[in-house]
Design a protein around this ligand. Sequence first.
Ligand code: URA
Length: 230
Amino acid sequence: MRLDRFLSNLPRFNRQQVRLLLVQKRVRVDGLTVADPQHEVREFSQVEVDEEVLQAGRPPRYFMLHKPQGCVSATRDPEHRTVLDLIDEPDAAELHIAGRLDFNTTGLMILTNDGQWSRRLTQPQTKLPKVYYVETEQLIGPEYAETFARGLYFAFENLTTQPATLELLGPRRARLSIVEGRYHQVKRMFGHFDNKVLRLHREAMGPLLLDEQLAPGEYRPLRDEEICRI
Ligand code: URA
C-alpha cells in the first residue's frame, strides 16, 4: 500500500496532516526517513512518525513442508491434525498455506506470512505449473492427455480448466502439470473418465521442488534463492 494511504487510513491523521508529516520529514519506514507519498508500505515494514511506532516491522517467513497423509490443509480443525500442528515455530499461527492439498494428498506444501509472495505462487495468471504424481484405479487411456491439454469444463465454477500436461509413467501412473488449483482439480479431471485417483503427491510448485531430504511431516525454511525465484 502507498505510504500516504497507509497513514490516512489511520483514524488519527487526515490527508492534509499526512501531506504535512511527509513534507516535514517526520515519517520513517524501516528506519529511513521517507517523504515520497507513493513509497510502498508492506505488511512487514516498520512505520514510525516522530519515533512512535505505528506498525512494528516483522520478518517475512517461508517454509516448505512435506505434507503427510491424514492431515488437514487448514490452520485449525476440531477433529484432525492440521499442517500447522507440524510447524514448531514461534508465531506459527500467523502463517498461511499457499495452495491447499486434500486430506490424503501428500507432498510439497508452502507456508508463509507473505501474502503478496504466496499470491504470485498460486494465482493462475502467473501460470506456474503445479506438478502432481498420480496413481489411478483404472488404466489411463491415450485420450486423457489430449483432453487435459484442451481443458475440461467444470460446471460448478462454469469454467474450462487451463491446458494441462500429462506424462504417462505406467498403465496407471502419470505426472500431471496444472497451472491452477481448483477444488479437487486433479481428482475431478480423472473423474471425467470415471477413473478414481488412489494416490496423489505434489512434487513441485513452479520452481520450488519438494526437498527429497524431507520425510513426510518434516519441514524446513526456504532458502533465499528459492524465495527469490517466485
Ligand atoms: N487436486 C486434487 O484433487 N487434490 C489435491 O489435493 C490437489 C489437487
